[in-house]
Design a binder for this molecule. Structure first.
Ligand code: 5GP
Ligand code: MG
Ligand code: MG
Length: 183
């Protein structure tokens, strides 16, 4: 690999593609059991959740509806701006529906706590969260995901949908960036 290869920017790989797919498969089995006999709308939170949505939804062997929302809480850096805005709303009316929000990471929980109260006000039958990663030490809002892949330390990670300045989303693994990337 040459110096411009994406993986050369990582100092540490936290989760390989294989580990991620295995984890999403476990989560899918639990989701299938919990929602048995119920209709389910799976909502991906753009853009970070694209990979998780693609692989988690395909790990499900049952029928689901899918939809997307885009919200923004971060600028282009690594810190939350504290402001949440809807950039793209759902195309689906969720009243009376069981909704599962799929996200890739819960950091402060600011984005999802805002999103959950927003969705709850639309009268769904239920709203739950599935997230691949969670940083328990960073949590500042009361967000309780029903499905969590892994708890991770409070450090900035990239890959598998997670970006740094819109790069690294296309990594198959999840890892931490080398210091030279930030300088
Ligand atoms: P929260 O509102 O929970 O603080 O953060 C929500 C969003 O911030 C996530 O969906 C993700 O887009 C971004 N974010 C939080 N932590 C990380 C991280 O460690 N790496 C990357 N790339 N994005 C993060
Ligand atoms: Mg996200
Ligand atoms: Mg981002």
């Amino acid at each position: 690999m040459d110096a411009s290869s994406v993986e050369n920017d990582l100092v540490d790989i936290l989760f390989t593609e294989e580990q991620i797919l295995e984890k999403l498969d476990e989560m899918a089995r639990r989701i299938e059991a919990d929602y048995e006999g119920q209709e389910l709308l799976v909502v991906g939170v753009l853009r970070g959740a694209i990979m998780v949505m693609a692989d988690l939804s395909r790990a499900l062997t049952r029928h689901v509806e899918t939809d997307w929302m885009a919200v923004s809480s971060y600028g282009s850096g690594t810190k939350s701006s504290g402001v949440v805005r809807i950039l793209k709303d759902l195309d689906t009316d969720i009243s009376g529906k069981h909704v599962l929000v799929v996200d890739e990471i819960i950091d402060t929980g600011l984005t999802l706590s805002w999103l959950i109260s927003n969705l709850t006000s639309r009268g769904p039958a239920s709203v739950e969260i599935a997230t691949l990663l969670r940083k328990p030490e960073a949590l500042a809002m009361p967000v309780t995901p029903k499905y969590v892949g892994w708890d991770i330390p409070n450090e900035f990670v990239v890959g598998y949908g997670l970006d740094y300045q819109e790069r690294y989303r296309n990594l198959r693994c999840i890892g931490t960036l080398a210091p030279h990337v930030y300088s």
